[in-house]
Design a protein around this ligand. Structure first.
Ligand SMILES: Nc1ncnc2c1ncn2[C@@H]1O[C@H](COP(=O)(O)OP(=O)(O)OP(=O)(O)O)[C@@H](O)[C@H]1O
Ligand SMILES: [Mg+2]
Length: 275
C-alpha cells in the first residue's frame, strides 16, 4: 500500500493543568491523497485537539504524526516550515481568520507575499485564480469582511488557506455556523476542491448528514478515543459501536437519505455572487 499523506499513530494529547486533561488518547488514523476523512463525536470528545496536533498547534504527549511518511516532530528550520505550509486550517468562525479592516483582496494577497511572491501582477493574477476557485465574484475584492455574507466570508477564508497551496485542509466545524443551504453549497465546494486539486480534507463536524454526503471515511470519537472508523457508508449503515447507533438515532433524516449535495451543486454558481 502507498504511504498515506497523513498518518496519525497512537496520538495522545494532555493539556497541562491541575489536574491535567487527557484530551486525546491513543488515536490512530490515516488520510490518503484526495480523500475526505471525517471526525465525528460529541462536544469535548477531542476532535479539535486531534486537528491542533496535526496542525502543530499542540504537542503530542505520545505518538507520532507523519506527513508523507516523515515524522513532523523531527523537522527543523525550512523543512518544518514547509510541512506547516502543507497543512492549513479553516475554522468555524471565518472572522477569526480574516482581518476586519482589510479588504478581501488584501487578505488574499498577504499569504502570497508571505510565500515570497513579490510581483504585483503575479499576486493579482493569483488572487483572481483563488477567488474563481471558491466561486467568489471579483467585484467583492474591495469589500471588507462585514460587507459579506457568512457563506462568502467562509469561501474567502478557504481561499486564504488555499493560497498556501496546502495538500491537507483541516475544516474544523467550518460549515457549522452557516445556514442549511449555505452549508450544502460550501460542502459541495469542498468536494469540488478535493476533486480539482487532489486536496485531502480532515472534515470535523457534528453533522452526520453532511458527513455522509461529503466524506469517504469517518472516525467516531468519544472521550478522547476513536471508537470505530471505516468507509463512511459502511460505518453509518452498519455501525459496530452502540454509541455510533445513538448518534445515528439522533439524526433521523439520515435514514431518509437526507440532503442531496449534487442537487446543491447548482447553488455553487450563485451563492458566491455579489449580493
Ligand atoms: N486549551 C485547553 N486546555 C485545557 N483543556 C482543554 C483545552 N482545549 C480543550 N480542552 C479539553 O480537552 C477536551 C477535548 O476538547 P476538544 O476541543 O478537542 O473537543 P471537541 O471534540 O473539538 O469539542 P467541540 O465539538 O465542542 O468543538 C475537552 O475536555 C476540553 O475541555
Ligand atoms: Mg472542536
Amino acid at each position: 500500500m502507498s504511504v498515506p499523506l497523513l498518518s496519525v499513530q497512537d496520538l495522545s494529547v494532555v493539556y497541562p493543568g491541575s489536574p491535567p486533561v487527557r484530551a486525546v488518547e491513543g488515536c490512530s488514523l490515516a488520510i490518503g491523497r484526495g480523500e475526505i476523512f471525517a471526525l465525528v463525536g460529541e462536544s469535548g470528545s477531542g476532535k479539535s485537539t486531534v486537528a491542533r496536533a496535526v496542525a502543530g498547534l499542540v504537542r503530542p504527549a505520545q505518538g507520532q504524526i507523519l506527513l508523507d511518511g516523515v515524522p513532523l516532530e523531527g523537522l527543523r528550520g525550512a523543512a518544518a516550515k514547509t510541512a506547516r505550509r502543507r497543512i492549513q486550517m479553516v475554522f468555524q468562525d471565518p472572522d477569526a481568520s480574516l482581518n476586519p479592516y482589510h479588504r478581501i483582496g488584501t487578505s488574499l494577497a498577504e499569504p502570497l507575499r508571505v510565500r515570497g511572491i513579490k510581483d504585483k501582477a503575479a499576486i493579482e493574477a493569483r488572487v483572481s485564480e483563488l477567488l474563481a476557485m471558491v466561486r467568489i465574484d471579483r467585484a467583492l475584492l474591495d469589500r471588507r469582511p462585514r460587507e459579506l455574507s457568512g457563506g462568502q466570508k467562509q469561501r474567502v477564508a478557504i481561499a486564504r488557506a488555499l493560497a498556501m497551496e496546502p495538500e491537507l485542509l483541516i475544516a474544523d466545524e467550518a460549515l457549522s455556523a452557516l445556514d442549511v443551504s449555505t452549508q450544502a453549497a460550501v460542502g459541495a465546494l469542498l468536494r469540488e476542491l478535493r476533486d480539482r486539486l487532489s486536496l485531502s480534507i480532515l472534515f470535523i463536524s457534528h453533522d452526520l448528514l453532511m458527513v455522509r454526503h461529503l466524506a469517504d471515511r469517518v472516525a467516531i470519537m468519544r472521550g478522547g478515543q476513536i471508537l470505530e472508523q471505516g468507509v463512511c457508508g459502511a460505518v453509518l449503515d452498519a455501525p459496530a459501536h452502540r454509541y455510533t447507533r445513538l448518534l445515528l438515532d439522533a439524526t433521523p433524516d439520515l435514514a431518509r437519505g437526507g440532503i442531496d449535495l449534487d442537487a446543491e451543486e447548482a447553488l455553487l454558481d450563485t451563492e458566491g455572487d455579489v449580493a
